[in-house]
Design a protein around this ligand. Structure first.
Ligand SMILES: N[C@@H](CCC(=O)N[C@@H](CS)C(=O)NCC(=O)O)C(=O)O
Length: 229
């Protein structure tokens, strides 16, 4: 398998997490979004919109992180990324889609660049991210802090597709200097995930194309020893 990836891409981070949780190895090809490489992807990855991730399996290019992860779940069912019960699957997919459909698209590079262009002010990006991401985090915090299904992770005691979407969205928020203090449940879950070795493996800082000069400063818990296999 080949993953067309970029260390700062939160959507590619989702796919890296799914691959790591399932113990699948792959070849990474970096598409530097900051340098416009998404507009000149190699032919085998040239599918859909000019973006990452693209995962190529047996010569077939797959697009859209959630569709890619569902495909991995079908081909490699264990460990499960979706609960066994339909109610749990609906809840996990609901959390994942709240992030993937209602939050991340508004923080995408081409969208924020357009907002900056219309405002004529580089500083407008921060206000833009805050305007669109904070209400999404607030809604998730209200849900996850009150529902009995929330455990150490978004849904119970093992990571699911919901955590796979949450952790990269919090990474992006940290990068965009969004205040995360109002969301203690989300930051607790994010911290539990990021202590796991398997999450560390997929983290931006562990990628071959990682560039510290373009990455946000590490968080204090990034410096703690990872736990688990
Ligand atoms: N819905 C897509 C979104 C993919 C996406 O937005 N990718 C971003 C990086 S996170 C990208 O490649 N952006 C390039 C650009 O905006 O020019 C998915 O989940 O895969």
């Amino acid at each position: 398998m080949t993953l067309y990836d970029f260390f700062l891409s939160s959507c590619a981070y989702r796919v890296r997490l799914a691959l790591a949780l399932k113990g699948l190895s792959y070849r990474q090809v970096s598409i530097d979004l900051g340098k416009g490489a998404q507009f000149a992807r190699p032919a085998e990855a040239d599918i859909g919109q000019p973006q990452v991730p693209v995962l190529v399996i047996d010569g077939i290019a797959l697009q859209q992180s959630l569709a890619i992860i569902e495909c991995l779940e079908e081909r490699h069912p264990e460990p499960r990324l979706l609960p066994a019960d339909w109610q749990g699957r609906a809840r996990v997919r609901g959390i994942a889609l709240a992030i993937a459909c209602d939050m991340q698209p508004l923080a995408n590079l081409r969208v924020s660049r357009h907002a900056v262009m219309l405002a004529g002010d580089e500083g407008a990006a921060t206000a833009w991210y805050d305007r669109w991401l904070s209400p999404g985090f607030a809604a998730l915090e209200a849900q996850l802090s009150t529902e009995a299904e929330t455990g150490a992770f978004c849904h119970g005691e093992a990571p699911t597709l919901a955590d796979i979407c949450l952790v990269p969205m919090i990474f992006a928020a940290h990068r965009f200097n969004i205040d995360l203090d109002p969301y203690p449940t989300l930051t607790r879950i994010d911290a539990s995930c990021r202590r796991l070795s398997v999450f560390r493996q997929a983290a931006p800082a562990a990628q071959p194309d990682f560039d510290p000069a373009r990455a946000p400063a590490p968080r204090a818990d990034d410096l703690l020893e990872p736990i688990g296999p």
